[in-house]
Ligand binder design. Structure first.
Ligand code: GDP
Length: 194
């Protein structure tokens, strides 16, 4: 797997427009503000690749980025309290539309903020991945905000809360410090090359 050359492909506001799945896809899901854009930028060492914003709740789109051997799929963030019903419907259409298509799902990275218990929406997301038997892993973001010991405690607590089996990786990352990023790259490569 090569993380050196990546290009933004396209943004989609409606799932029927999604281009056909030609490469293994690695999707990223999580609540708004979890650190998804920062993580994508860090994975590829490209600051402006995915937009980083401190004001969550931008218009929902699915964004495709591609490398030589895989496609990275930035799913719209969930759980922003102040979105309209229309915006929520748009979000649901995109997520459900994406997962209902015949696509080459190599891996779904479900992002959760390491500082807090998983929210009801995080629980729904993970339960969906488990029920659909999609290949997935958990990325615990903002690891720099807690001590190493606290990080490990939180990881165990979240494993229990979300009923995540021991074979499913839970990678602690910090986009600020860069920790865990290599580990995540290795896990992604392992799933894509499987
Ligand atoms: P997104 O809405 O999930 O794409 O989240 P962003 O990447 O835009 O990040 C939301 C906020 O969290 C921004 O203020 C980021 O600077 C901050 N953030 C993201 N990742 C980290 C991290 O690893 N550590 C810390 N301390 N802050 C982070």
């Amino acid at each position: 797997m090569n993380f050196k050359t990546v290009a933004f492909e396209r943004s989609f506001g409606i799932s029927s427009q999604l281009t056909e799945s030609t490469l293994p896809e690695i999707a990223f899901a999580g609540r708004s503000n979890v650190g998804k854009s920062s993580l994508l930028n860090k994975l590829f060492n490209r600051k402006g690749l995915a937009k980083v914003s401190s004001t969550p709740g931008k218009t929902a789109t699915i964004n495709f980025f591609s490398t030589d051997d895989a496609r990275f799929v930035d799913l719209p963030g969930y759980g922003y309290a102040r979105v309209s019903k229309t915006e929520h419907e748009r979000w649901a259409e995109l997520i459900e539309g994406y997962f209902n298509q015949e696509r080459n799902f190599a891996l779904v990275c479900s992002l959760i903020d390491i500082r807090h218990p998983a929210s009801a929406l995080d629980e729904n997301m993970v339960r969906f991945l488990q029920d659909a038997q999609l290949p997935y892993l958990i990325v615990l973001t903002k690891g720099d905000k807690l001590s190493q010991q606290k990080c490990n405690q939180q990881r165990s607590a979240l494993r229990k809360q979300l009923s995540i089996d021991d074979d499913t990786p839970m990678v602690i990352t910090s986009s600020l410090k860069g920790s865990g990023i290599d580990n995540l790259r290795r896990e992604i490569a392992r799933f894509v090359e499987n």
